[in-house]
Design a protein around this ligand. Structure first.
Ligand code: ADP
Ligand code: MG
Length: 140
């Protein structure tokens, strides 16, 4: 076990419903510590760059439109096995398949408007953190 950092986004469906605190509480209750956080409204270019790995997927344009439809909260989460722990508390991409007690089971509206993003590897976590945060903005 080792202390890791991972990257999270509270998506526009959640900020619209005033769920920043509710989602963050579930992350904290899972043992994750918010060591950086800011509320931003992504530009189209920022969202396209962030989701570039998905650009051939049929849902890419809709996903980008959704992610710029309102503010998001980008966060760096720290803790033991933070990457896997965050994926676990997030739940499955499609809330219909998400386990009880996960963020997506509790809060997600649909497979697209699914409340949270979380890095899927430590390598991607480092890339995604650097996409939104300067080192001095992260205070552990
Ligand atoms: P995850 O966020 O669980 O890592 P993916 O990386 O596969 O899932 O997809 C990125 C995001 O794209 C999802 O969180 C969701 O918002 C959206 N998405 C994924 N699959 C679909 C789909 N079939 N239809 C619409 N949107 C989707
Ligand atoms: Mg993903």
């Amino acid at each position: 076990m080792s202390t890791e950092r991972t990257f999270s986004i509270i998506k526009p469906d959640a900020t619209r419903r005033n769920l920043t605190g509710g989602v963050t509480k579930m992350l904290e209750d899972a043992g994750l510590r918010v060591v950086a956080s800011k509320r931003i409204h992504m530009t189209k270019e920022q969202a396209e760059g962030f989701y570039a790995v998905h650009k051939e997927r049929p849902f890419f344009n809709d996903l980008v439109s959704f992610m710029i439809s309102g503010p998001v909260v980008v966060q760096v989460l720290e803790g033991e096995n933070a990457m896997a722990k965050n994926r676990e508390v997030m739940g499955a991409t499609n809330p219909a398949n998400a386990d009880e007690g996960t963020i997506r089971k509790v809060y997600a509206e649909s497979i697209e408007a699914n409340t949270v993003h979380g890095s899927d590897s430590l390598e991607n976590a480092a890339i995604e953190i650097a996409y939104f945060f300067k080192p001095e903005e992260i205070v552990g």
